[in-house]
Design a protein around this ligand. Structure first.
Ligand code: SAM
Length: 362
């Protein structure tokens, strides 16, 4: 039997969200007036309008929206406030993730939520951890009403095969051979189509999904907006090869399992899978240094090189350390910080972020 999300507001709602990274995640999240999906409204009407989707899906956010980086708790809070029903919330990450840190941060999150919206929502949240890859099946058929993934879907399930010729690069770069660029795109297509297929099986008809991920505006997958930050890391590693701290072969055989798609590539996969309508796609530019808009930053936060290298270290260190070994990590990131600081002082440095709103209509 198909479920009607509207009717479900008085019943149990099941939400899947990828897990925040503990306290640092809440610190990064900033509240915004950005529209949030609720289960209200006639979703079937919206789904029927899917054929009229065109360039207007790509929306430039207002100036105030720039530099915002809403995290999981932001979306959870707004979904929760909109629905006001008993909810099961499943927090997903890979099995190696530190779920204890996440669970430890929940009482504070719920306490803050209570302070903000009052105690009216009652004891209606039931959080569960779901370890596993979101490129696999995670939940029972038609058991979810809302899915959110926060800044995770640009990670591929694995390093693409057949990219041995990507020498001295650690990601796609302007010097990468065409076969490397194609292998990355093929892996993105395989992974993202799996994500859509499995979430489609798990969501009820009319269910909603909000995905935030890093992307790119340009059609060129090697454009600076998505590759530059990794080219600078490759530069730090390359310097260490030249100085004999790292074997050249080690660098040549290392690649980051990541892909930042452009809107057209995302839309192609959504259309191929066929059960989701994209209601809206927002694009925003986010400064590499998340603290650049602080009025009175501390001395430490004023140092963009420090901030960005630290943030990139949180993302890349586990992958780098498993390939190059832990012992050189401090030196890699010391050099990376210097290179980033130098570039940030000379040019505009921004990521491109997407927020995409979906309805499952089939
Ligand atoms: C940059 S962190 C984002 C964490 C958090 N969602 C946030 O918004 O701050 C990326 C997270 O994605 C997780 N991840 C990467 N690939 C995954 C996969 N295939 N399935 C589930 N989680 C994955 C990583 O373990 C990591 O916790």
């Amino acid at each position: 039997m198909k479920h009607d999300v509207k009717r479900k507001t008085d019943q149990q709602l099941k939400v899947m969200a990828d897990a925040p990274r503990g306290p640092s995640c809440t610190r990064k999240a900033k509240h915004s007036s950005c529209c949030m999906i609720t289960a209200k409204g006639d979703i079937h009407d919206k789904a029927d309008k899917r054929t009229s989707h065109n360039g207007s899906l790509l929306q430039q956010p207002s100036k105030e929206d720039m530099h915002r980086r809403p995290g999981l708790f932001f979306w959870t809070k707004h979904f929760v406030c909109g629905v006001r029903a008993h909810q099961d919330v499943y927090l997903n990450d890979l099995p190696g993730n530190d779920f204890n840190t996440i669970f430890r941060s929940l009482p504070r999150f719920l306490g803050n939520l209570k302070n903000e919206i009052g105690s009216g929502f009652g004891p209606c949240f039931f959080f569960t951890g779901t370890p596993g890859s979101f490129y696999d099946r995670l939940f029972a058929t038609e058991s979810l009403h809302f899915v959110h993934s926060s800044y995770s879907l640009h990670f591929l399930s694995k390093v693409p095969e057949g990219i041995e010729s990507n020498k001295r690069n650690i990601y796609m770069a302007s010097t990468s051979p065409p076969c490397v660029v194609k292998a990355y795109y093929d892996q993105f297509q395989t992974d993202f189509s799996m994500f859509l297929k499995y979430r489609s099986q798990e969501l009820v008809t009319g269910g909603r999904m909000v995905l935030t991920l890093l992307g790119r505006r340009s059609n060129d997958p090697t454009s600076k907006e998505c590759c530059y930050i990794w080219e600078l890391l490759a530069m730090a590693l390359s310097d260490m090869v030249s100085e004999g701290f790292v074997e050249e072969e080690k660098l040549n055989s290392f690649n980051i399992p990541k892909y930042t798609p452009c809107p057209a590539e995302l839309k192609t996969e959504v259309e191929k899978e066929g059960s989701f309508a994209i209601d809206r796609l927002e694009v925003s530019e986010v400064n590499w240094n998340a603290n650049d808009d602080k009025l009175c930053p501390s001395d430490e936060l004023k140092d963009g090189g420090y901030n960005v290298a630290k943030c990139m270290r949180a993302v890349a260190e586990p992958i780098l350390a498993s390939h190059f070994g832990k012992t050189i990590m401090d030196e890699v990131f010391r050099r990376y910080r210097e290179i980033i600081a130098d570039r940030m002082s000379k040019e505009r440095t921004e990521y491109v972020g997407f927020v995409i709103y979906f309805t499952k209509y089939l």
